[in-house]
Design a binder for this molecule. Structure first.
Ligand code: ADP
Length: 498
């Protein structure tokens, strides 16, 4: 946090009148401000909240209780030989009031000549337009590993539990992504239950993390058992992913390789894009965070940007992890005129993050179409690679059918050539559906699944590729122009697996 502290000190010394520390961690902000005040003596920290009024202000203890305007007037009159950092709690709510907002604006001009700083702390806030200009924003990241390590060892010391260095490292690593308050809660619970901290708390930390993501409106902690071997075909994509996985190692860093950024998977519905996202996370042993793009944009205009920032912070703190941006085309295809440019701004935030990120967050974005995908997203350098997942080839249909049959009827070995021939244009999902339908037919007669059931089920299903021909053609054209790599290895159509 040294850089962050330096930045804060600089802002205070430079007489920044009005500072918005963007964080929901009020207690932590108060501690950080107190540390800054110590470094920047003779400054001191005073706080105000609606119930208790002023605290830490010598002769004015309790002033301004239930009267937010009074505390601003107090700061306005405060002499310069008493330099003060004033943290006003929940103040973003009071700024909705025209009188308060006006006073804050006046103060932001007057305080430029004086050594006082007014600090507002809030994680979610869309400031009124006329305050926008006056505010300096400082984002507070979730605690980093050194901070967590210190916090945990302090807690262990105070509670006299001996925490060996290996366990401390494991716990520290596991706690990254949690707010300081959550880390304290986990520790307090462990101490209450067993009187000490230890390796046993790891499971609890992971559960806490899952819940921390659950509290996010847009991220979902996705639990999956999918494996690359559950994916039929897509061999080029699977080979590439194998290669990228190796690039996460320290050995790769020492070799000079950058951390992998992510991959964009484009293709018609049901071709295994989501399945691939899940298999990546599971086989790389990383948590899978699914970002719901629709929810990012739901609700108030302007709130989306705050949500995006929070989401990015959460994902970064969970690193190494896989961030799955599902149906990215749905979210960023917005019309700038209809949403006041929000989707454009959010997209810009995401793109900047992707270009600059140094954390081990592997982004897997999926899209069913490209018409609505902004060109910036497709530009080289955003993703490590863009893959086109086409409808399965003959060989792929064979392996997908076989996979789905054997997932359900493990030792069954049916001739599949006739079904494979009849399922041209079927997606992976439709092939799976064919297998399930065929099993219904067999089960209704209480007998084993047969080739004829599969053939009958296949003739009854009208694949999406028949009804959405045009959409598919344009996707193919786009891919053929060289902007995406095929996810399948194209074997000769004449080579039929046996
Ligand atoms: P998409 O995200 O491309 O729309 P999904 O990955 O959600 O498609 O596919 C839905 C289901 O269809 C998967 O859970 C899987 O059971 C089946 N499926 C799709 N493609 C494949 C494939 N290549 N191999 C095996 N199963 C597949």
């Amino acid at each position: 946090m040294k850089n962050w502290d330096d930045h804060l000190d600089l802002l205070i010394r430079a007489r920044t009148p009005l500072l918005w520390i963007r964080s929901g961690e009020e207690e932590r902000v108060e501690v950080l401000l107190n540390q800054a005040a110590k470094r920047l003596q003779p400054r001191r920290v005073a706080t105000w909240d609606y119930i208790e009024g002023l605290k830490g202000a010598l002769n004015s203890e309790g002033l301004g209780s239930r009267q937010p305007m009074l505390v601003l007037q107090w700061l306005q009159k405060l002499e310069s030989n008493n330099p003060t950092i004033l943290l006003v709690k929940d103040f973003h709510r009071f700024c909705e009031d025209a009188g308060i907002a006006r006073m804050v604006r006046n103060l932001s001009v007057e305080l430029r000549q004086r050594p006082h700083t007014l600090v507002i702390c809030s994680g979610h806030w869309t400031p009124p337009k006329d305050l926008d200009e006056a505010l300096t924003i400082l984002d507070l990241p979730l605690p980093q590993e050194p901070e967590i390590r210190t916090l945990l060892s302090n807690i262990a010391q105070v509670s006299r539990s001996d925490l060996d260095s290996e366990v401390l490292e494991e716990l520290t690593h596991a706690c990254s992504g949690l707010s300081e308050a959550r880390v304290r809660q986990v520790a307090a619970r462990a101490l209450a239950q067993r009187g000490q901290l230890g390796r046993e708390d790891l499971a609890e930390v992971l559960e806490e993390k899952r819940q921390s993501v659950a509290r996010s409106e847009v991220l979902e902690y996705f639990v999956t058992n999918a494996k690359p071997s559950d994916i039929g075909g897509l061999d080029a994509l699977k080979g590439w992913l194998d290669q990228r996985h190796q690039a996460f190692s320290d050995e790769a860093r020492n070799f000079g390789l950058p951390l992998p950024r992510g991959v964009l998977l484009v293709g018609p519905q049901g071709t295994g894009k989501s399945l691939t996202a899940k298999a990546i996370a599971h086989s790389w042993s990383m948590p899978l965070l699914r970002l719901d793009v629709g929810r990012l944009f739901a609700g108030l205009v302007g709130a989306s940007e705050a949500r995006t920032r929070e989401t990015i912070l959460r994902a970064e703190a969970m690193a190494p992890c896989v961030l799955w941006i599902d149906e990215i085309d749905k979210g960023f295809g917005g019309d700038a005129r209809s949403d006041g440019g929000t989707s454009q701004r959010v997209l810009a935030n995401v793109l900047t993050w992707m270009a600059e990120k140094t954390s081990a967050v592997f982004v897997v974005a999926t899209a069913n179409g490209v018409e609505r995908l902004p060109a910036e997203l497709l530009r080289k350098g955003r993703f490590d690679e863009i893959f086109m997942l086409d409808l399965p080839t003959l060989e792929e249909r064979f392996s997908i059918l076989k996979l789905h049959i054997n997932q359900r009827r493990s030792s069954l070995n049916l001739p599949l050539n006739a079904v494979v021939d009849r399922t041209e244009g079927f997606s992976g999902a439709e092939l799976e559906q064919t297998v399930i339908e065929a099993m219904h037919l067999a089960f209704a007669e209480r007998r084993e699944l047969e080739e004829t059931d599969l053939i009958l089920a296949a003739t009854q299903l009208v694949p999406l590729s028949k009804t959405a021909r045009e959409q598919l053609d344009s996707l193919k054209q786009w891919a053929a122009s060289g902007r995406a790599r095929p996810a399948s290895l194209k074997l000769s159509q004449a080579l039929r697996p046996t």
